[in-house]
Design a protein around this ligand. Structure first.
Ligand code: ADP
Length: 612
């Protein structure tokens, strides 16, 4: 975007497409025009637009009676369900901004999020509120049947009011809360040109509420009169996702890049059911995109790029086969976003050259809550280009304006869709008394897997035990920030300029990978070990091999569960999976399931006649 004409075009686009509304008004509009159209469904609850608006208004009235006032920030802690959508709308109709919390986060993390967002109250599910022990005031939300009437609400929030505060990793050891406006989300999803969503569509909601992908999932549907299908399984397996899509006739889904790669690698049948697949979070691998496009040629595949600070997606690209000869591009700015590729002197780079991407336009976040200095550092008033967000991403523009992504200018990494500042984890490690210094890097044992590897230099005294240190980290950091492996080293490798040498660290991580000594396995254990080996990218030879110790994580658990289903015909639920995460434990579960299936079968049952 270097010549003045394009800049002008960008600005024109911004002024034309600004959505001047809050999100509840979008629901109210559809409730008036298509009251009986399906708005939200989960396994138990089905709400039309009229019912959704009514339920949310009644809950808003209750919240108001309980003291929620316009301008308040209220945290929300609920399992994912149709009621989550009702509760969000109700908070907004009561005038508040919503701070989604994750029940899986450790207490100190939740406490920090509450403090930094300025939330004065946490509402939600009574059991979760009790278990989470959230500091400050809490309010359990009553069931719909307990809410009698709705007062006529005001107009609801305007486009400039804050809809959500979403947290992302912060390099100084504290997560950053990004305040996202209603108008920014409305503009992202209303009549989108980069993806097909019509009133006849059904969009899958399966992302955690703390993740900005969930705003696309809910609001691309509700802004356009379509339906949200809520997956209530907290950690759905690949098979759970496919069943959900199948059962509810889902047509549109968003997948993080890491999940997309896994589904693509096994040609998941979700692609035979979906019309539109939006993927985002990390660089899309050409071979996976091509495999999906060739096997499922009807799929509308969209690569979405963007930081939370620019409201979910800033650029998008409709991926076609010809894009898969090289790295898949991230496309052009959309829905009011502008893009500017600048050099270190903040000047536009030469055509085609690499530079840092700065994003402008009407969807930029207000900034980071209660962090004015950080906000000033990343959101900058450019003398000629207006307010811009500095992404830290390296890109280049093709002659037609399509952007290619080339990595980061800093240490920030992505692991399974989570944005991670290694500095945040290093900070948490240095807080431990036995640790003098720490560095964290990403290791890729297989092309589709990424794991956090930590290196610590011990403080004088007894040498810290890696497993004990990691266990302590789980008390303060959410699971995605806890390294999969930790090695104690004498000193951290440094570059000639005295900085931690991250490339050398990555090599060290590969060298430190442990390989277990061989022990005899039973045939069933061997079958399980084979599945583990393929997924984990290392040879698994011991019955007591532990999935987590070998660097296994939630996404790999999905892979293993799916392969066990395919290879051995047994479905392991994820809770079972993690109760006994050893080869022997899994083999025992498989054996039990096989026996149960066997005894369930009537011995004289006639054979399937259709050849299965
Ligand atoms: P999101 O949740 O929308 O992915 P985050 O704020 O978590 O947003 O992460 C944003 C960062 O993720 C970007 O700055 C970029 O480094 C990376 N990223 C996001 N989408 C893509 C993509 N499609 N291709 C390459 N990198 C991406």
């Amino acid at each position: 975007m270097t010549n003045p004409e394009t800049l002008l075009d960008d600005r024109k686009e911004t002024t034309v497409t600004v959505a001047r509304t809050g999100l509840p008004a979008l629901v109210a509009r559809h409730a008036a025009h298509t009251p009986h159209a399906l708005a939200v469904a989960d396994g138990d609850t089905t709400l039309t637009y009229a019912q959704l608006a009514d339920a949310a208004r009644r809950l808003a009235t209750y919240l108001h009676q309980q003291g929620v006032r316009p301008g308040d920030f209220v945290a929300l802690l609920m399992p994912r369900s149709a009621r989550t959508v009702v509760a969000q709308l109700a908070l907004w109709w009561a005038g508040a901004a919503c701070v989604p919390l994750d029940p899986a986060h450790p207490r100190p993390r939740t406490a920090a999020m509450l403090e930094d967002s300025g939330a004065t109250l946490t509402v939600g599910d009574s059991k979760l509120l009790e278990a989470a022990g959230t500091p400050g005031a809490t309010l359990a939300l009553p069931g719909d049947e307990q809410l009698a009437y709705a007062q006529t609400p005001g107009d609801g929030p305007g486009p400039d009011d804050t809809a959500f505060v979403m947290f992302t990793s912060g390099s100084t050891g504290r997560p950053k809360g990004v305040a996202i406006r209603h108008g920014a989300i409305a503009e992202l999803v209303t009549d989108p040109t980069y993806v097909t969503v019509t009133a006849r569509d059904r969009v899958l909601l399966h992302s955690p509420a703390t993740f900005d992908g969930s705003t696309f999932e809910v609001w691309s549907a509700l802004a356009n009169g379509a339906a949200v299908v809520v997956c209530t399984t907290e950690r759905p397996s690949f098979e759970d996702l496919a069943k959900e899509v199948e059962r509810h006739g889902v047509t549109v889904a968003f997948f993080t890049t890491a999940l997309f790669h896994q589904l693509a690698a096994r040609r998941s049948r979700v692609f035979s059911l979906l019309r539109t697949v939006v993927v985002g979070g990390e660089a899309m691998a050409a071979q996976h995109a091509r495999a999906v496009l060739r096997a499922f040629p009807w799929v509308e595949l969209v690569n979405g790029y963007g930081p939370t600070e620019a409201t979910t997606f800033a650029t998008t690209h409709r991926v076609v086969d010809a894009d898969c000869d090289g790295p898949v591009p991230i496309g052009r700015p959309m829905a009011g976003a502008t893009s500017h590729i600048l050099d270190e002197a903040f000047l536009p780079v030469a055509d085609g050259a690499q530079g840092e991407l700065w994003i402008g336009g009407s969807r930029l976040a207000r900034g980071y809550t209660r962090r004015p200095e950080l906000t000033a550092e990343r959101f900058v008033d450019h003398p000629t280009l207006g307010r811009l967000y500095r992404t830290g991403d390296l890109v280049s523009a093709r002659p037609d304006g399509v952007l290619d992504f080339h990595g980061r200018t800093d240490d920030q990494v992505k692991v399974r869709g989570f944005r991670i500042e290694p500095g945040e984890i290093e900070h948490a490690l240095r807080e431990q008394p036995e640790v003098d210094d720490a560095a964290v890097t990403v290791r890729r044992p297989t092309p589709d897997d990424a794991r956090l590897a930590a290196f610590v230099v011990a403080a004088p005294g007894p040498v810290p035990r890696p497993d004990a240190l990691l266990a302590r980290l789980t008390a303060t950091l959410p699971a995605h920030l806890v390294p999969a492996e930790l090695t104690v080293v004498d000193r951290l490798p440094l570059t000639t300029s005295g900085k931690v040498d991250r490339r050398a660290l990555a090599d060290l991580a590969t060298a430190a990978e442990a390989i277990g000594a061989a022990e005899p396995l039973t045939p069933l254990q061997q079958a399980v070990a084979d599945v583990w080996s393929r997924s984990l990218g290392c040879e698994v030879t011991r019955p007591d091999a532990d999935f987590l110790d070998l660097g296994g994580h939630s996404l790999l658990a999905l892979v293993v569960a799916e392969e066990l289903r395919e290879d051995l015909g047994v479905e392991l639920s994820l809770p079972d999976f993690f109760t006994t995460p050893t080869v022997a434990g899994h083999a025992a579960l498989v054996e039990r399931a096989l026996l149960a299936a066997h005894t369930d079968l009537h011995p004289d049952a006639p054979k399937d006649t259709d050849g299965h």
